[in-house]
Design a protein around this ligand. Structure first.
Ligand SMILES: C[S@@+](CC[C@H](N)C(=O)[O-])C[C@H]1O[C@@H](n2cnc3c(N)ncnc32)[C@H](O)[C@@H]1O
Length: 299
């Protein structure tokens, strides 16, 4: 399947790549964004993270055809600080985070991410990890399930879904789970939109500890930015976008001192956001829910 990196033009334009700078792509995937960054580097270097080893393996081939100015790091991006320390990197000109799952993760049925393809419940981005969707679905208590359904996605009637899961254990495959979700909810809700989408999102986020990783990362990332350095984050749902928006807002607020004081304040941070263009929306269905937020460190 053809791979379209989401908001690619906007990402490249906003990174304002310095050909001798240091760039970090924290969500390599199939190197869609990384390839374009690497093409623009001369003496600069690209560090790219992914916790899925398939992404590292596949992207290495692709990136080597462009240049050797890159280093691939098989790790969760919450380890940004400790991983970059190994390479003695203290400052970065641009950081990109394109959150969520990649198209290959969704397309390869056996990864168990898709609610349209039958497979064992899995959803691990890092296949070396022990916690998977099968464990969560079959072992979490009703309260734990309700809490993750509420906190990780806008799941309708989470109590009913959790009860349905508990009553139908053991549940082994994705399509078994889809049927149970549908049976647990009133037909009216099921007709409006497939309720499995939100439930799968909630479970996937729990399996991969996505919201904690994002929170940890945000606090580390800003300390690495050079003057005019950029932090770009693409989100795909309101819960992760809210985390990023709130974090950026808290930084912008630090610039606002009492307007009555007779001093001029030089701002430290600037932020803006972008949605996919109409052309991109027509070309790539997956971009529909994407939003790019760009934070610039001004001094
Ligand atoms: C949306 S895809 C990125 C696609 C990529 N920008 C491209 O154009 O090919 C997200 C990727 O980030 C990885 N990922 C998600 N969360 C991660 C985390 N906390 N640490 C490291 N990698 C992560 C996933 O395994 C997946 O490969």
């Amino acid at each position: 399947m053809k791979h379209f990196p989401v908001l690619l033009e906007e990402v490249i334009e906003n990174l304002k790549i310095n050909k001798n700078g240091i760039y970090v792509d924290l969500t390599l995937g199939r190197a869609g964004h990384s390839s374009e960054i690497l093409k623009k580097l001369d003496k600069g270097h690209l560090y790219a993270f992914d916790k899925d080893f398939d992404a590292i393996k596949e992207s290495e081939k692709k990136l080597s055809k462009i240049s050797n100015n890159f280093t691939l790091i098989h790790s969760d991006f919450q380890n940004l600080e400790s991983e970059l320390k190994k390479y003695n990197i203290k400052k970065i000109d641009g950081i990109l985070v394109d959150l969520g799952v990649s198209s290959p993760q969704l397309d390869e049925a056996e990864r168990g991410f898709s609610y349209n393809k039958d497979a064992r419940l899995d959803m691990r981005m890092n296949r070396n990890q022990t916690l998977d969707a099968h464990y969560i679905v079959n072992h979490y208590s009703e309260e734990e399930l309700i809490s993750l359904l509420k906190n990780n996605a806008d799941v309708m009637l989470p109590q009913r879904v959790a009860k349905g899961i508990i009553l139908n254990r053991p549940i082994n495959t994705t399509l078994e789970l889809v049927e149970i979700i549908k049976k647990s909810l009133p037909a009216k809700i099921v007709r409006i939109k497939n309720p499995a989408k939100a439930v799968f999102q909630a479970i996937r986020i729990a399996v991969n500890n996505e919201l904690d990783s994002l929170n940890i990362l945000l606090n580390q990332a800003i300390n690495f930015l050079n003057k005019n350095g950029k932090l770009l984050i693409i989100t795909f749902h309101s819960i992760e976008d809210r985390i990023v928006k709130k974090f950026f807002k808290s930084l912008l607020e630090q610039d606002n001192i009492d307007p009555k004081l007779p001093i001029m304040v030089e701002k430290t941070w600037k932020s803006k956001s972008f949605l996919p263009s109409k052309e991109e929306l027509n070309l790539n269905k997956r971009s529909r829910s994407a939003k790019l937020r760009v934070l610039t460190k001004l001094k």
